[in-house]
Design a protein around this ligand. Structure first.
Ligand code: FAD
Ligand code: FES
Length: 339
């Protein structure tokens, strides 16, 4: 029996994955997994179970009434989970918090595999998962407990979903809690984490893509690029990677490798420091080729530290650039977050 993997993205950023049988309704599959999605009639009459399908192919069912789901709503991607039967893996946005569905984030354990320092700029953290490889959407993040501190920090996966070796790209923040812990971490040390989380993930690729990365904000794009390399894409993808100092420009070799693996993938890099020896000085917005915007027919993904994300958004507004879709993630420091 075919099974499809359904990602349920809740309003509070929590994502849960459920397997759905070939002729199973999403609501039934969720209930089987003890996730009480909103429902009332379960007959396609009340509309209480209405959600948005963000990706995937599905059959809407033909036992529902127009009052529960209008044709316009169906055309927009709305679905009734009590009727919907997936025909591929799907991503569904559920318009309530996970707690309202009696679920929450998943907890899992991993062990430090390797920590590689890139000068004083960043670490690459490799984690091994002893049990089942965690499932997530490319671009999502996880909260990692900083051992012995009672606090956690959020990190975007830089590897593709489904691997028992997960990688992360972590900025070295002088005196930072996680940064300091990683500086002394050794292979085999256990780590606890919760997730996956976040609504910053690669949607179905139906248009050209423009990726804008600031510093370690490159991490989620490496995950997305790996998926694009594995699955292939017909659409052009351009990435601009901007950093503050020359030594912050790390893992550019990975981008070069993706340029060889993904036809239609191009990238540029830039360094903000006025003293840089890099050929492209300035911010990502100053090195954005007009053709990468495809006259607005483009899906833009933006990730980096809050000032960078704010600056890019301001630039788009000032220049009246309105891409077909715009998704962003801010790497807000979460210093005081308790586990
Ligand atoms: C959704 C999400 C995803 C994230 N993903 C990543 C990721 O993939 N890679 C990554 O490197 N970070 C990521 N972050 C940021 C990360 O969670 C931590 O905030 C960061 O790594 C600093 O943690 P720390 O424990 O080393 O420093 P902290 O102990 O948190 O901070 C020490 C001091 O440094 C300041 N500080 C914190 N961060 C910075 C910074 N970037 N620049 C300058 N000063 C800073 C703090 O305000 C504090 O004063 C993400 C944040 C969010 C919200
Ligand atoms: S639960 Fe009533 S329409 Fe789905």
């Amino acid at each position: 029996m075919n099974k499809y993997r359904i990602a349920l993205n809740f309003e509070d950023g929590v994502t849960r994955f459920v397997d759905c049988g070939a002729n199973e309704k999403v609501l039934d599959a969720a209930f089987r997994n003890r996730i009480n999605l909103p429902m009332d009639c379960s007959d396609g009459v009340c509309g209480t179970c209405k959600c948005r399908a963000e990706a995937g192919r599905y059959d809407l069912g033909d036992d529902y009434i127009e009052d529960a789901l209008t044709q316009d709503e169906a055309d927009e991607g709305l679905v009734l989970t009590c009727q919907m039967i997936p025909k591929s893996d799907c991503v569904i946005s559920v318009p309530v918090p996970s707690t309202a569905c009696k679920t929450g984030t998943a907890h899992f354990a991993a062990a430090v595999g390797e920590v590689t320092a890139f000068a004083d700029a960043a670490y690459e953290l490799v984690l091994d998962v002893p049990a089942e490889a965690p499932v997530f959407l490319p671009g999502q993040y996880v909260n990692i407990d900083v051992p012995g501190s009672g606090q956690h920090r959020s990190y975007s996966f830089s590897s593709a979903p489904g691997n028992k070796r997960m990688t992360f790209m972590v900025k070295q923040v002088p005196g930072g809690l996680m940064s300091s812990w990683l500086g002394a971490a050794t292979a085999g040390q256990p780590l606890q984490m919760t997730g996956p989380l976040g609504s910053f993930y690669l949607r179905a690729v139906t248009r050209p893509l423009l990726f804008l990365a600031g510093g370690t904000g490159l991490a989620p794009f490496l995950s997305m690029l790996e998926v694009l390399a594995e699955q292939g894409t017909q659409q052009p993808v351009h990435l601009i990677y901007g950093v503050t100092r020359d030594q912050d420009l790390v893992m550019v070799d990975r981008l070069a490798a993706y340029a060889r693996r993904i036809p239609g993938f191009t990238y540029g890099t830039c360094v903000a420091d006025p003293q840089t020896t890099h050929p492209q000085q300035g911010y990502v917005t100053q090195h954005m080729p007009a053709q990468a915007l495809h006259g607005g027919n483009v899906d833009v993904y933006l990730c980096g530290p809050p000032p960078m994300v704010d600056a890019v958004q301001k630039y788009f507004k000032a220049e009246a650039i309105t891409p077909a879709s715009f998704h962003y993630e801010k790497f807000t420091p979460n210093q005081a977050v308790a586990t």
